[in-house]
Write a protein that binds this ligand. Structure first.
Ligand code: AQP
Length: 326
């Protein structure tokens, strides 16, 4: 069985972009892969976090993992900082990476824009992400399109290290979906939907109340043409909404264009509200059952133990190949 690894940052509640781009794949893959899903809290502290809030968000994301359908009997679910191998391997990989390649990462450029100086962790974030993946001899990494560049860097690092120290790492492949792989912000469809964006109406979180979902969708930026047509370049707003509608309903974009021929954005948005509310209601209900349960803590503790066993084996191999330790 091929091994799958992926993670989500506990930087806020999971939104539709995270769900449609990444988590949907997590659930699907666990049927015929050995899956390891992590809550990457060490990535979250690359920007300032309130400790109490971070703790809560870790449990929120863990509960949402289970609520969307990740089954702890099939998949390992754990918190990144509970397995020391992530930090250890990250340092080893930092020593094999170059400042030039890290400066080209668009996420770093975006997050450090207009700042005279940025946290070093933000700069080395992709190296930690490579460590997360390589620590588990991962074959497949299901992620959204925004992570393509980081996956490429991870592959480059694995190939580079293997060139010098043969058979150290498995070289992983990214897995990107055709539709839903990049959900854009509702208030600015040229930017990706993001947990940490200031405007709460830029995103739909999986735990949003129906009234909030309605408000965010009805306010979503479109254009003045008033025709429901998929054209990302000239009509990014309505194209993004069509994409969300299509993925949630299973109706193709062409069929949606036909269905809404002659109708206005208002009608289209009203239907999208209904579809989104219906899709998220069962997830919210399951989340409420799980969030404060002892079962959730037990799953994370057991997951960390199982993940650590795999991680320790990889670290032994890495240390031997690099000549580290006694
Ligand atoms: N807008 C998106 N469309 C499709 N997929 C997305 N992902 C994120 N945004 C979109 C995918 O979700 C997974 C988890 O992302 P993450 O939490 O690790 O980090 P991120 O990509 O930085 O997500 P956010 O929501 O934008 O968080 P903040 O605001 O904290 O930086 C990844 O697989 C990602 O591709």
């Amino acid at each position: 069985m091929k091994r799958v690894f992926s993670g989500v940052q506990p930087t806020g509640n999971i939104h539709l972009g995270n769900y449609l781009g990444a988590l949907r794949q997590f659930v699907e893959l666990q049927e015929d892969h050995e899956c390891i899903y992590c809550i990457v809290d060490m990535h979250a502290i690359t920007v300032p976090q309130e400790p109490k809030e971070l703790k809560e968000h870790i449990l929120d994301v863990a509960a949402l993992y289970l609520a969307v359908g990740i089954d702890p009997k099939k998949s390992i679910v754990f918190v990144q900082s509970d397995v020391p191998g992530h930090a250890e391997l990250s340092w080893v990989l930092t020593c094999s990476s170059y400042t030039g390649e890290l400066s080209r990462m668009t996420q770093f450029k975006d997050k450090s824009k207009n700042k005279e100086s940025a946290p070093t962790g933000l700069f080395t974030y992709p190296v930690l992400m490579a460590a997360d993946i390589l620590l588990y001899d991962t074959d497949v990494v299901p992620v959204g399109n925004d992570q393509k560049q980081h996956i490429e860097l991870c592959r480059d690092l694995a190939i580079r290290v293997n060139g010098k120290h043969p058979n150290t790492f498995v070289v992983p492949d990214g897995r990107f979906l055709k539709s839903g792989a990049r959900i854009m912000a509702l208030d600015d469809p040229t930017k990706k939907m993001s947990k940490s964006a200031e405007n709460i109406h830029s995103r739909i979180s999986l735990l949003d109340e129906p009234s909030k979902i309605k408000k965010s969708i009805m306010k979503a930026t479109t254009d003045s043409e008033g025709i429901i047509r998929f054209d990302v370049e000239n009509k990014p707003g309505i194209s993004n909404l069509l994409n969300i509608y299509s993925v949630l309903s299973g109706i193709s974009i062409e069929d949606l264009e036909k269905k809404y021929e002659g109708k206005g954005y208002g009608d289209f948005k009203k239907d999208l509200v209904e579809i989104t509310v219906d899709a998220l209601a069962p997830i919210r209900a399951r989340y409420e059952e799980i969030r404060n349960s002892q079962m959730l803590i037990d799953v994370l503790k057991d997951g960390a133990k199982r993940a650590d066993e795999i991680a320790q084996k990889t670290m032994e191999r890495v240390k031997t190949n690099f000549g580290l330790g006694l």
